[in-house]
Design a protein around this ligand. Structure first.
Ligand SMILES: [Zn+2]
Length: 374
């Protein structure tokens, strides 16, 4: 037996999930047609799905280095389709065009086809029905992965046709150690791990991006403004929106080179890759559309954490209970801070629930409530 058939080194890149990875390692040798990767956000499901896709698409079982592996790890392999919620739901049209049609057609490149459905619990009923039909008549050489932090919200009929792979929550200590192994200095690693909870992906972004913590500075400034009264509250909303716009531009800029692997020397799309290119372009548009909301959500989350620290500073407990151990909490009445936390969390929930809500309105209301809380 060739060494590479049993080793799948690409799967070793997923830290802290030995049992899940051991399972996927065995699965890669003779894959079933559908898997449900279940576990909390940030535990490694996305990384696991990419590594598993690489193991399935690589000609030597997942070396981690070849073109197939590199493209799969970047979610860009032509035979790999990644589906995400558009707004709140994953719609039936998306499942039809992104999963159903390509699943029963020849893949752009020789080899397997891999479909990854993120936040699969957001499939609406009609979409789940179409998926179920695919699972009932699995297309040849096709592997479908569903990812979910809320697997109990998936229809039982869908779950029962998947092999379930459980990802466990990661501890703050583990996340911090993992970042340090990746070369992040201990202090920054500890802070990123604290701010991200058990979410390794988020911690990695916080630690790695050149301004990974910039959104928290925005939250600090917005809180200061809102503390000065209603006029300040409106200024705070304006500040967050301006920064969100800047972030959106950065997201668009970062997408520029993504299509290069599929263009010829003159920069024109190669025929075989038209569908892959269209999907990447669609995903880019989605990412840009979501960028503003993602950013606003991050700032509101930071606002909420900073206000929780104000409560902790008054009721006591020392610096190790603080979400932001490097920021000295402002002294404020507990009721006022607690009211602010509620305002920030309700704003986040409202934005997550309804994609048609105007972020400006939500932010203004949240900061006005915050300014008058207590
Ligand atoms: Zn490879």
């Amino acid at each position: 037996m060739r060494r590479t058939e049993t080793e799948f080194p690409v799967l070793d890149r997923v830290p802290g999930q030995e049992r899940a990875i051991a399972f996927l390692r065995r699965a890669a040798e003779r894959p079933h047609h559908a898997y449900l990767l279940a576990g909390p956000e940030g535990g490694g499901k996305t990384l696991g799905a990419r590594a598993f896709a690489a193991a399935l698409l690589c000609h030597v079982g997942g070396c981690g280095d070849c073109r197939d592996c590199r493209l799969a790890l970047a979610d860009k392999h032509p035979n790999q389709v990644v589906v995400e919620p558009e707004g709140r739901d994953i719609h039936v049209d998306t499942v039809r065009s992104e999963v159903w049609h390509p699943a029963y057609r020849t893949a752009p490149e020789p080899g397997r086809k891999v479909f990854v459905i993120r936040e699969a619990d957001r499939l609406n009923l009609a979409a789940a029905d179409v998926l179920l039909k695919i699972l009932e008549e699995p297309p040849a050489d096709t592997v479908i992965m569903l990812l979910s932090a809320r697997p109990d919200e998936l229809p039982e009929t869908v779950v029962s046709r998947c092999h379930v792979v459980s990802f466990l929550p990661l501890s703050e200590r583990f996340v911090s150690d993992a970042l340090q192994m990746e070369g992040v200095d201990a202090e920054r690693a500890g802070l990123a791990a604290r701010l991200a909870g058990g979410n390794l992906g988020r911690a990695r972004r916080l630690a790695a991006e050149k301004d990974g913590l910039a959104f928290r500075d925005v939250a600090v400034r917005a809180l200061d403004l809102a503390g000065a009264g209603p006029a300040g509250a409106l200024e705070a909303a304006e500040l967050v929106l301006a920064e969100a716009e800047r972030y959106k531009k950065d997201v668009a800029d970062s997408q520029k080179d993504d299509l290069l692997p599929f263009l010829d020397e003159r920069g024109r799309p190669e025929d075989a890759y038209r569908a892959a290119i269209r999907r990447i372009e669609e995903r880019h548009k989605r990412q840009v559309r979501r960028a503003e909301r993602d950013y606003v959500d991050r700032v509101l989350l930071a606002v909420s954490a900073l206000l929780r620290d104000r409560v902790a500073a008054v009721v006591g407990g020392g610096s190790d209970v603080l979400m932001n151990p490097d920021v000295t909490p402002a002294i404020a009445p507990v009721a006022r801070s607690a009211g602010g936390v509620a305002a920030a969390e309700e704003a986040r929930a409202a934005l997550a629930e309804d994609v048609n809500l105007n972020p400006r309105l939500v932010l203004e209301q949240a900061f006005l409530r915050l300014a008058s809380a207590g």
